[in-house]
Design a protein around this ligand. Structure first.
Ligand code: ZN
Length: 121
């Protein structure tokens, strides 16, 4: 699992994983009935319930990510010059995963310093 990612992308990844897990469990549960008959029905029931819960959870995460991305600040990444979104005071660039911050106390380099560094190279 890669954690070096922008927060919005992390939410999307988890939402997708939960959806896949939920669908997988529902499919497995249904397959249980086919293979084991009546004993499979118990597994099918459990699989369907857990699958449904994880699908609902993934929906909630997607919804939350959607809400968060509307409040996200859009800015041009100083490192790769692509338009990215950041959540909160500190987040990573969606493209090059550079840590970006709005808080001058947290920053160890400013956009201007970075620019002059790149020019000197
Ligand atoms: Zn970037």
């Amino acid at each position: 699992m890669k954690f070096k990612t922008a927060k919005i992308n992390a939410f999307r990844t988890w939402g997708l994983l939960l959806t896949m897990l939920g669908m997988g469990l529902m499919v497995l549960g249904t397959a249980g009935i086919v293979f084991w008959g009546s004993t499979g029905k118990v597994f099918a029931g459990i699989g369907l319930v857990i699958g449904l819960i994880s699908m609902m959870a993934s929906l909630a995460i997607y919804f939350w990510a959607g809400m968060l991305s509307t409040s996200a600040v859009q800015l041009e990444c100083p490192e790769c010059h692509k338009l990215t979104k950041m959540l909160g005071k500190t987040d990573r660039c969606m493209f090059c995963h550079t840590i970006l911050t709005m808080d001058p106390a947290e920053a160890n380099i400013t956009a201007e310093q970075l620019k002059s560094q790149q020019l000197n190279q």
